[in-house]
Design a protein around this ligand. Sequence first.
Ligand code: GDP
Ligand code: IMO
Ligand code: MG
Length: 426
Amino acid sequence: MPVTVVVGTQWGDEGKGKLTDLFAQEMDVVVRYQGGHNAGHTIVVAGETFALQLVPSGILYPHITPVIGNGVVVEPATLFAELDMLGSRGVDTSKLLISGNAHVIMPYHLELDKVTERYLGKNSLGTTKRGIGPAYADKASRVGIRLQDLLDPKIFREKLDAVLKEKNAILAKVYNRLPLDSHEIVDLYLGDYAPRLAGLIGDTTSFLHQQLSQGKDILAEGAQATFLDLDHGTYPYVTSSNPTAGGACVGTGIGPRDITRIVGIAKAYVTRVGSGPFPTEVDGEVADILVERGNEFGTNTGRRRRPGWFDCVMARQAVRINSLSEIALTKLDVLDALESVKVCTGYRVGNDITDDVPYHQSTLHKVEPVYFELEGWKTDISKLTCLEEIPKQAKEYVQFLEDQVGVPVSLVGVGPGREQFVHFTK
Ligand code: GDP
Ligand code: IMO
Ligand code: MG
């Protein structure tokens, strides 16, 4: 089973970090394929919490080689802070390999993300303000700076001078901000960052193919999620990369036929952080229960996540777009306290009911979810370890989702800890 992909099926924070860590026990390599430090992936081991933004979630195992693929955008200061945090907690990070083709987040990307959000006012996207969109925009415009450029001071200076002229003009003339100083950037990136990065940068695509030829197992860890995908998400309320499974090929250089397993990570309900349509969003008492019990505050930005019921329409679309082989359903324990649990099985659009995500975004904003209500289980499932112990109503809930979505649920999360899951088979 050479390459497994872990992909978010909703709007992020489904528990990709936890599942990546779990699956990494049986892998040799874990590679991040897109996104940057907008991600916040949490792993809880023996009561200790690790929140990762850039470093792959397999890092805690000495047998894993962690790789940051070409599709990722890297902010060096965050990367170093993360490596230092892990080092201070006894985690060996010396095997980390980063693609020289990965793009670098520059100070003007951070600045532009902040000012454009401010200028959008009530139409702001609610980005993480990490410079992700501007960095990917530069990549597409072919004025981005790649990690390999940091290893060649002449090239770095030339590229920076060319691009900074334009960025400073935009910052000063459009947004009324102070221009950024090229010397300061050169000192920071070539003086501070480059020497430390030099030992980490390499040809990750060749490395991954060597691993494949040796029969090693690779896990590709997605950040963000299907409905935050630049092409398949709820545009413009999306991130600027392709978290969907296809992105794993582009963002690593692994060919599609090497992928044998694609695990969609889904929360037993849904959350979204930032702006954008969310048909099954709830408020009031149920929302407070989901947010409090699920601790639904951004790992990264601390923002309160918007909660809602499980949406099978979205999940079916995620199955198709990602070719999911299975779903890992997380946070089932969060629903323990509810008298009943609702599941969206379709959308009412005017007088019609549809099973599919509407093609037109303006329709999606207006759909009304059609709910099926199931009995709650009102039992603490967080300490359960096998399927036989799962209450009947909880089992029925998961089986209902399987039937609606059309792929098996292979395991169910019952708590944040690495060991808190149950293999789920009918
Ligand atoms: P990611 O971005 O997809 O990796 O997810 P996050 O780490 O941002 O958010 C998921 C949160 O849920 C984290 O705080 C996890 O520790 C936690 N978590 C993961 N799985 C479970 C689960 O099965 N039950 C509970 N209660 N928490 C979980
Ligand atoms: P993980 O990997 C949840 C959201 C932001 C915003 C939109 C665009 O932890 O699941 P960006 O900064 O990427 O330009 O923001 O995407 N977003 C996430 N939401 N989890 C994430 O990552 C996210 N990364 C970005 O809130 O709505
Ligand atoms: Mg997260």
